[in-house]
Design a binder for this molecule. Sequence first.
Ligand code: 13P
Ligand code: SF4
Length: 360
Amino acid sequence: MPISFDSIRSISQEQALERAHAAKAKLGDKLTILGHHYQADEIVKMADITGDSLELSRKAAKVTSEYIVFCGVHFMAESADMLTADWQKVILPDLAAGCSMADMATHEELEAAIEYLEQDVGLSILPVTYVNSSAAVKKVVGAHGGVVCTSSNAAKIVTWALGQEDKTILFVPDQHLGRNTSFKLGVPLDKMPVWDPQTHDGGAGESAYKAARVILWKGHCSVHTRMNKADIDHWRATDPDRRILVHPECTFEVTQNADMAGSTSYILDVLANAPAGSKWAVGTEVNLVKRVAAMHKDKDIQPLSRVQCLCSTMFRIDPWHLCWVLENLAEGTVVNQIEVDDQTRRLATEALDRMLELSK
Ligand code: 13P
Ligand code: SF4
C-alpha cells in the first residue's frame, strides 16, 4: 500500500525535511536526487546534483542509481527518463509541476505547422525545439531531422541549423529565446516571422514565411516575460552603476536594453567572477537570484523586477512532496514515475542526442 500524500501534507516543513533525509539515507546508492537551479533552497540542499537544464541532461545520462528523483518540471523529468536506461526509474515529486511554456506547443500543432509550411508554402523545415517542450514534441522534431537546444547551447545549435542553407528553421516553443539567439547570430528581425499555432496558416502571411530564415513559434515563459524595460529604466535612473544581467527568455526589448544576457549557467558564471562591490540587477527566476545573492555577499545582487518573478510550477516541488516520494521509495513503492513510451523515446532521443553531440 503506498503511503498517501494526505498523511504527510499536515506535518511541518522541518518534519517533512527530517523524514525526507531519513528516507534518503535508507535508500543510499539506490537514489540520486537531481535539482534544477530554480528550486527553493531547502530542495537544492537535498539534491545530489544541481544544474541548469543542459547540465542536468548531461549528468542524468551518467547517473547509475535505480531511482532518480527529479526536482524540476515535467519536461526535464521526461528528458532524464529518455537519457537513462530502461531499468532506471525517474520520479517527479509533484506531477502538476509542468512548464506553461512547454504547454504552448503540442505535437499535433507542430505536425500541422510543418505540414502547412512544407506542403502549402513549399519550404523545407528544420525544427529546433527548446528543451522546454514535451517528449511528444521532441519526437516530431527528431522525426524531421531536427534538434533540441537549451538556453546555454542555443547559439551553437542555431549556428548548426543556419548552416543548412536550404532549410528554414522553425524554432519552438519560445519565440524570445529563438529571436534573441538568432538576432545575435546575424538574422534580421524581418526574416523572423512568428507562427501562431492558434491559426491554421500561422498568421504572418505566406510571403513572410517564404522570406524567413527562422520562423518563431508563438510561445513564451510567463516568468521571464514579466521583466520589462520599465524595470531597466528604474535601475538606470536610480542606480546608474548597477549592471543589468538577464536570461534570454526575456523579451527582445529587455535583452537589447540589458548589459548582458545569457543562460542560467552564464548568469552564475558572470556573478561568480564579478568584482567585489559590483552591483547587479538580475532578470531571471527569483529563487535563483536570491540564492546567488546569498552566495556572493560581497556583491550587491538584486532581482531586476520589483514584482516577484517566481516559477510557481518549479515551486510545487516542496519538502512534503519530496518526503512523500522518498518514503514510498524506501518502502519499495514507486509513485509518480515519468515514463516516455518506446516509440516517442526513440525519435525524441535522436533530437536530444544530436544536441548533446553538437554541444560537446
Ligand atoms: P535553463 O536552460 O537555463 O536551465 O532554463 C530552463 C528554464 O526553464 C528557464 O526558464
Ligand atoms: Fe517554464 Fe518559465 Fe518556469 Fe522555466 S521559468 S520552467 S520556462 S514557466
